[in-house]
Design a protein around this ligand. Structure first.
Ligand code: DI6
Ligand code: FE
Length: 398
């Protein structure tokens, strides 16, 4: 078998099957950026001449996938954080013209170059912890021009760094001031942007914020219809602060994922299970917003809804750039198991992006995106707080 690089003497968490798919004495081999073998050393074929990497018994997982971020944005909201410490609520700040709209002002005022430059340190923090794929949403431009600028900036991150970027159009994130009192008019303009963004290849999916301070299920329904017409998959910020049935709506639309979900009901869970919609949990936002109602994890488990995890990196509710801390928070705050946490940033995150044929497991034919860890047991990846045991990160076999 011809191959380029072989990683030997490793322990593998392949994420194949329903658990971690562990191989104790494992080998991974790659050719032309793809995995050509991942399994027990004893069963490995003769690979012929290749670059050999001795892993010294280290653990190899699939490269981590951060499937929900708002990495591209200008400015920060540290001042609002301070105001919240002094007693203001997120909703009060939003209704007073702060919140998402303050990041919108900063983002409209930033050039595409400045957005790229601003996002790179955040992206580098993710990469330093083994992220090989990141989803990036628009949603702080809130005009056709500035939303497209954000998506261009997101695409350029993949030129600046060795990382796969999936982009999501989140025009229906907040009502921009010029449409005050006319949310339906703004939704019309969001829908009208979708065909051109799809045709230009700028958006891989369409998202919306279904919430009292965001958009109603009826408005989201219209955005999703426009996405379907343009051939784009959908996902939804749903049930974060209140129960509006957004997750059920997303499931009815065959959404890749519904995200946040603290207030999801049994009906939402059943609809997601039937549709195969992934539950993307964002414990950083739950923590930062000091929420007290955790998502219905037991119901997701019982119904077989796949659970993914992500940073939700954004300036307002989750200024977080650590996938390792996300796993710890998911375990500590939501009581996810080690297996669920690790699957949440690999195989199930791939599914939340519709990329399960390409990434997320150590499986022949998939991209050879690996994270190699200096840990003696996988639980260490979930257990430590503020410590990064990444040994190396492989993207497309390099
Ligand atoms: N939910 C969130 O947590 C973020 N967006 C959303 O729809 C918040 C974004 C922000 O406050 O800037
Ligand atoms: Fe978000």
């Amino acid at each position: 078998m011809r191959c380029g690089t072989i990683w030997r003497n490793a322990r593998l968490a392949t994420m194949m099957g329903d658990d971690l798919g562990i191989v104790d004495s494992g080998v991974v081999a790659a050719a032309d950026g793809r995995i050509v073998y991942a399994g027990p050393a004893g069963d490995a074929p003769d690979f012929g001449p290749a670059t050999e990497v001795e892993c010294g018994g280290r653990w190899i997982t699939p490269g981590l996938i951060d499937c929900h971020t708002h990495l591209v944005h200008a400015g920060n909201r540290a001042g609002e954080f301070a105001a919240r410490l002094a007693g203001a609520s997120y909703e009060e700040i939003a209704r007073a013209g702060g919140g998402i709209v303050s990041t919108m002002r900063a983002t409209r005022g930033a050039s595409e170059d400045a957005l790229v430059a601003g996002a790179l340190p955040r992206l580098d923090a993710l990469i330093a912890e083994g992220v090989t794929t990141v989803e990036v949403k628009s949603g702080y431009g809130l005009t056709a021009e500035h939303e497209a600028k954000m998506l261009h900036a997101a695409r350029r991150l993949a030129d600046e760094r060795d990382v796969r970027v999936a982009t999501t159009f989140l025009g229906a994130h907040a009502l921009p001031p010029e449409f005050a009192g006319d949310a339906d008019g703004y939704v019309d303009s969001v829908c009208a942007q979708i065909p051109a963004l799809a045709a230009a290849g700028l958006a891989d999916a369409v998202d919306a914020f279904c919430e009292g301070i965001g958009f109603t299920p009826a408005q989201v329904d219209r955005v999703f219809a426009a996405a379907h017409a343009a051939g784009l998959p959908v996902k939804l910020h749903a049930e974060q602060l209140s129960a509006l049935g957004g997750a059920s709506l997303a499931a009815r639309h065959g959404a890749l994922s519904a995200d946040h979900l603290e207030h999801a009901t049994n009906a939402d869970v059943a609809a997601m299970a039937a549709a195969g919609t992934v539950a993307v949990l964002l414990p950083g936002a739950y923590y930062f917003m000091r929420e007290t109602q955790a998502p219905p994890i037991a119901a997701f488990r019982a119904a077989g809804v796949p659970i993914a995890l992500a940073t939700d990196c954004n300036p307002g509710t989750s200024p977080l750039t650590s996938p390792l801390l996300v796993m710890n928070m998911a375990a500590t705050l939501f009581r996810l198991t080690v297996e669920e946490a690790l699957r949440g940033l690999t195989v199930n995150a791939a599914r939340a992006l519709g990329l399960q044929a390409e990434i997320g497991t150590l499986e022949v034919g998939k991209a050879c995106d690996l994270a190699i860890w200096n840990v003696s047991e996988l639980a260490e990846l979930v257990y430590r707080i503020g410590f990064n045991p990444l040994h190396s990160r492989i993207r497309n076999g390099r």
